[in-house]
Design a protein around this ligand. Structure first.
Ligand SMILES: N[C@@H](CCC[C@H](N)C(=O)O)C(=O)O
Length: 292
């Protein structure tokens, strides 16, 4: 029987996480306990549950990621920055190497302690890797639409996998569409056998994009790091922008670049909110203190 264990609440641009340390003793709450803890009315309230585990890969830490619905996923950009920051706090170094199910990700301190850059690796562009349920030779714009066949309200998204699957719909106004309604329909569309994160993106300049995201397994988020990575790649691939852009989401701004080695770089803030204790078997929790 496990007792109460410490957690810390963190966020990157308002995309928030409960982070637990399982490097000394295993911690693996059941999906329904994670969903209960994620609940904003009665639980801690978060988008992802992050577990730090030990690893023999040579990385500093393995980061396990569970969505608010309790489903495990391979990638989370904003949490990678938070975990990078935590590792750097522990080690006193200015870099960190984080193992995820999507690969090894390098993080480094930015212009101040609370700004972290992460190398999110290479995008996967082939339809089989996204994955899609049917073949599309060109994933810059796939046949998928919402609304009447002759006057769709959303159509022809760009799709990409940046450790997790994303579809980006290009629009003129990210607030003109009912993402709360279309998000769950598109997330669960049969074209996406592993479901997908769904974003609306508006290119405002050659180096600036505004966007918002319906996250798979979560819903509307204030920010999504991997969605920003996906949007950078898709915007550059479709020649809507160059290979560097600021991406503005409701929670704030990320600096993005898709470099000449095909790696995606994301730079943005991390924040510690408070600490507490939780019981991973029962979902009971207490909130302890405001983080310094
Ligand atoms: N918030 C994340 C993405 C988390 C995972 C996503 N919901 C999925 O199911 O793939 C980010 O910052 O990237």
């Amino acid at each position: 029987m496990t007792g109460m264990i410490p957690f810390r609440k963190m966020n990157g641009l308002g995309n928030d996480f409960a982070v637990v340390d399982a490097r000394q003793a295993p911690v693996r709450p059941a999906p329904e306990i994670i969903a209960r803890l994620a609940d904003r009315a009665n639980g801690i309230g978060f988008d992802q549950f992050i577990t730090l585990e030990s690893t023999r890969s040579g990385a500093d830490v393995f980061m396990r990621i569970d969505n608010a619905d309790g489903g495990e996923v391979a990638a989370c950009g904003n949490a990678t920055r938070c975990v990078g920051w935590l590792v750097m706090q522990e080690s006193g170094e200015r870099t960190a190497l984080i193992e995820t199910r999507a690969g090894l990700l390098g993080a480094r301190q930015g212009e101040d302690t609370f700004t972290i850059s992460v190398d999110m690796g290479e995008p996967k562009l082939d339809w089989r890797d996204i994955p899609l349920a049917e073949a599309f030779a060109d994933t810059r714009a796939i046949e998928l639409q919402v609304g009447p066949i002759d006057a769709p309200v959303l159509h022809s998204p760009s799709v990409v996998n940046v450790g997790n699957p994303h579809a980006i719909f290009w629009v003129d106004d990210i607030w003109a569409h009912d993402l709360e309604r279309f998000g769950p329909l598109l997330e669960n569309h049969p074209i996406f056998p592993e479901r997908a994160n769904i974003s609306l993106a508006h290119v405002t300049a050659d180096d600036a994009i505004t966007m918002r995201t319906w996250e798979r397994g979560v819903g509307i988020t204030r920010a999504c790091g991997t969605a920003a990575c996906a949007t950078m790649v898709c915007a550059a691939r479709t020649r809507r922008t160059g290979r560097k852009a600021t991406i503005t989401q409701p929670g704030g701004i990320l600096d993005m670049a898709w470099d000449e080695r095909d790696h995606i770089w994301m730079t943005g803030p991390v924040e510690q909110e408070f600490t507490g204790f939780l019981n991973p078997e029962t979902g009971r929790f207490t909130r302890e203190a405001q983080a310094a």
